[in-house]
Design a protein around this ligand. Structure first.
Ligand code: 5GP
Length: 181
């Protein structure tokens, strides 16, 4: 166990469990309309941060879903984006001509999203590629990346919970919170 400089007692709820769950239903309905129900849908979980959003979202999708997982690290132990993207595991099946939905936890600077979209377009040639993120920190963007779908727009705060961590902790919380300064 590491010594943590943030205490859960100080955490303020930004988006409650109930708000997240309600938003997911609408989001899934809108995402579904993008894809033909006759074709398989490959849904990509970008570990570790999107794990909660991903597992809740796929439960709402009525397509024939293939669940795939990749792992990328971009924050390390910082609370600001380090612009230091590390691809840990990008193993995927052949997605040539397939319908693909990338599921991310949050778009902050947009660098990870940009990397992922380029990677899928160049290496996998999907028939259709849609990018969904639970959170959109528009004010922190360093490029013109925009998710096709997102759950909530948030201010430039470092958030934790519902998959998002600080030094590996707080991912298991069912809500999104932040530590006020
Ligand atoms: P970007 O490349 O858009 O700057 O950042 C994307 C990644 O940084 C996200 O997938 C997430 O892992 C991490 N990240 C960005 N903002 C936050 C935040 O507020 N809290 C946490 N825990 N991670 C974040």
């Amino acid at each position: 166990m590491i010594t943590l400089d943030k205490d859960i007692k100080d955490l303020k709820i930004l988006i409650s469990e109930d708000e997240i769950q309600k938003r997911l239903t609408d989001l899934a309905e809108n995402i579904e309309k993008e894809f033909s129900s006759e074709e398989d849908l490959y849904v990509i979980c970008v570990l570790k941060g999107s794990v909660m959003f991903y597992t809740d979202l796929v439960k709402h999708l009525k397509h024939n879903v293939q669940m795939e997982f990749i792992r990328i690290s971009s924050y390390g132990h910082e609370t600001k984006s380090t612009n230091n993207l590390q691809a840990i595991d990008l193993t995927l099946p052949n997605l040539n001509g397939k319908n693909v939905l990338i599921v991310e936890d949050i778009i902050d600077t947009g660098l990870t999203a940009n990397f992922l979209v380029d990677l899928f377009r160049i290496q996998h040639h999907p028939k259709k590629l849609v990018f969904a993120a639970l959170l959109n920190k528009k004010c922190a963007r360093q490029n013109n990346m925009e998710p096709d779908f997102y759950g909530f727009e948030i201010d430039d705060k470092f958030v934790v919970g519902y998959g998002l961590d600080y030094k590996g902790y707080f991912r298991n919380l069912p809500y999104i919170g932040y530590f006020p300064n």
